[in-house]
Design a protein around this ligand. Sequence first.
Ligand SMILES: *Cc1c(COP(=O)(O)O)cnc(C)c1O
Length: 466
Amino acid sequence: MSTRSAAPQAVSAWPDLSHLRPSDLPQERRVVGPVPGPASQALAERRARSVAAGVASTLPVYVARAGGGVIVDVDGNSFVDLASGIAVTSVGNAAPGVVDAVAAQAADFTHTCFMVAPYEEYVAVCEALARLTPGDHAKRTVLVNSGAEAVENAVKVARRATGRDAVVVLDHAYHGRTNLTMAMTAKAMPYKTGFGPFAGEVYRVPASYPLREPVPITGEQAAARAVAVLEKQVGADQVACVVVEPVLGEGGFVVPAPGFLPALERWCREHGVLLVADEVQTGFARTGAMFACDHEGVVPDLVAMAKGIAGGLPLGAVTGRAELMDAVHLGGLGGTFGGNPLACAAALAAVEAYERDDLAAAARRIEELVTSRLRDVATRARQVGEVRGRGAMLAIELVRPGTLEPDPAEAARVARACAQEGVLVLTCGTYGNVVRLLPPLVIGEDLLRDGLDVLERALLGLPVPV
Ligand SMILES: *Cc1c(COP(=O)(O)O)cnc(C)c1O
């Protein structure tokens, strides 16, 4: 028997999360024919005659099953899932615990409307969110159906609680597709073009985007720049809330310079302005902490959540300081489907997985593997401008070699090449030039390595052996 001292950079073992994957679904990449195959092509024809043309899809195939780290299409192709339905199925698709909880709840009752006849599951989700969200102050929660609705409700609460109108958002922000959240979203095409007029009293200030600063600045300096704009153009005493994504999502998986969020938090406190964290994409272990604000000890007044909250069922939430949330008059918050019992049962099962299986640690393990791999590829793929992200929210920004000029065509080419070889990756970014990775946190190590092999070859423009 030999003993060895642990290497200083020793990486933790890959966690065994097989109990969160459907046991009868092989965790493998498999391309059995053309992508899309004949069954998917037939569905595409039906779709063209019935589905609104404005609805886009990344993959050209139609799904038959999904679970763990794979999506299987109607022709039998099995894709490595590096998207999680946009950071939703972090606990895995059709995770057994979620499936059982939803089935049991569906057999008991499917809907009563919490505003009509309340039920325990809604209350239990609010209790869980009080425990999980940053800060140990007294909290209250309202449940809704989507991320956009969560952001809208956070703004409603902020305006009612402060008596002020102005909402401050960041450049590159994405907050949703409803009228108010379109106004809050930065990018015109495809989210806003032709859909105005937009809601008023929304003001945009510069974000922290380290790669694209003309001169490197600290997070504190970036915050001071944002504050200078809003003090001059809005006035601190007019501002109800500053809404931030702690890692910019659709805007390009941009991690702000350290100190940016804490400095904004301090400024908000000093001026009676509420800090709203839009953790719709970053929440629920995705970034390697339960919430991305936790990385810098930032405690928002209100947190908007959705995506990863319920294992794939539609649910959104706003959790905030009790005195702010309770400033809203009786009946001022709600909605027919908000906190649907099936979604609540799913959320309780998902929360159990996040906590029991420490999926934040799984996200950090994914970060180690993916970033070391992509940083290595970046030394050979000259179009890689930056590898960045947090936890299992990772991205590569693609540029024309030797410049910072965005190359959206290259991002689209890489995503298409991956899809052809059985790997699903998404793109994002204000300039459309970012390839982003959002694997389910329960993905197996071998499958993830295989997916990264395909991505590497796509970046290097090499053929992929099937
Ligand atoms: C996806 C997203 C939203 C909108 O959520 P929907 O459920 O699509 O309405 C809002 N904010 C952020 C940061 C998001 O990533």
